[in-house]
Write a protein that binds this ligand. Structure first.
Ligand code: ZN
Length: 328
């Protein structure tokens, strides 16, 4: 079944024609995300019409992966954390009006969870938890082979479980959420604070009073704006002490957060995607170790996401195929 898949991200818009049975992407277009909802929708509609022109009459449905909370009925966007003007936008109805095809929408992490279950690391797994560990931390839940959307728009928000009430501020307005402690933004923030403390200690002491191994963090040579989760991970990988402490602490929080969610849902599989997972074993080894200490199910597996850069488009296709009248 050929679907039109639309991916509304915080930095880029993508559209593609995807075979929802196989997950094959036939044609795709991209556009930087404009800074308001009206322009974003117009840019996306242009790409959608171009793609539909390549396959007249062959596309059966539209699926949307949206970077923000979406109502559980798959019709309405609640808001976007990044782009103005999306509050209570009837996006599925707009698309059906403008391109005359049935449409369903989902939050991007929810769509990614379903895509990994249909086409990726969780193929044929009935109970799956997906986390994207990136600038923020998002989550999606598949139960019995179906996306679990909750009562309204807030299922799967594993990133906003509070783990340390006195912890750093989170984008949601609370303190000490998993996202504030273990996301890319959280890791960079913790590293900057630790480096600030190290710098002021070194300034107070005579340099020759401090043994070299205590002030040789390679991160000290970087301008502060270049401290990211990636630079922390790279420094930790070559044994930098300060970077290793910051990274291990974040991985401990991530493991605790995953174990908490797994103890509620008992998934067979946890799939981890997002930019931080590019750290590979540096992420998966400590996380698996911490989860194993805390999860009740000894058979829980934690694996990397398999769908890479096409996850957004495949998410949209999975959501299109998930519409009740599409399951032929
Ligand atoms: Zn939060």
């Amino acid at each position: 079944m050929l679907t039109l898949s639309l991916d509304f991200g915080g930095t880029k818009l993508a559209a593609g024609l995807v075979d929802a049975n196989t997950g094959q992407v036939f044609a795709a277009e991209q556009h930087p995300t404009p800074d308001d909802a009206t322009s974003s929708y117009a840019a996306m509609l242009d790409m959608a019409k171009t793609l539909l022109g390549h396959a007249p009459g062959q596309v059966h449905a539209v699926g949307v992966s949206f970077g923000g909370p979406v109502e559980a009925d798959g019709r309405t966007v609640r808001c976007s954390m990044h782009i103005n003007g999306w509050e209570d936008a009837a996006l599925a109805a707009w698309i059906e009006r403008d391109i005359s095809l049935p449409c369903a929408i989902a939050n991007d992490a929810d769509a990614a969870a379903l895509a990994e279950q249909r086409y990726g690391a969780g193929r044929d797994v009935m109970h799956l938890l997906y986390l994207t560990v990136s600038t923020g931390i998002g989550g999606g839940i598949v139960i019995g082979g179906k996306l679990y959307r909750g009562a309204r728009a807030w299922a799967g928000e594993v990133g906003h479980q509070v783990l340390d009430p006195r912890g750093p501020p989170c984008a949601c307005g609370r303190n000490g959420c998993l996202e504030s402690l273990a996301s890319g933004r959280g890791v960079a923030r913790a590293a900057k604070i630790a480096l600030g403390a190290l710098r002021s200690n070194l300034d107070m002491l005579q340099a020759d009073e401090v043994p070299p191994e205590q002030h040789n963090s390679s991160l000290l040579s970087l301008p502060v704006e270049q401290i990211t989760a990636q630079t922390v991970a790279e420094a930790a990988a070559i044994g930098d002490v300060l970077a290793s402490i910051v990274w291990e602490r974040a991985m401990t929080w991530l493991g605790i957060g995953i174990a908490n969610a797994a103890n509620v849902l008992n998934p067979a599989l946890v799939v981890l995607g997002g930019g931080l997972t590019r750290a590979g074993a540096l992420l998966f080894e400590p996380v698996r170790h911490i989860v194993a200490q805390r999860v009740l199910d000894p058979n829980l597996e934690i694996v990397p996401a398999a769908l890479g850069d096409h996850i957004g488009l495949l998410g949209g296709a999975a959501i299109a195929a998930d519409m009740p009248h599409m399951s032929e």
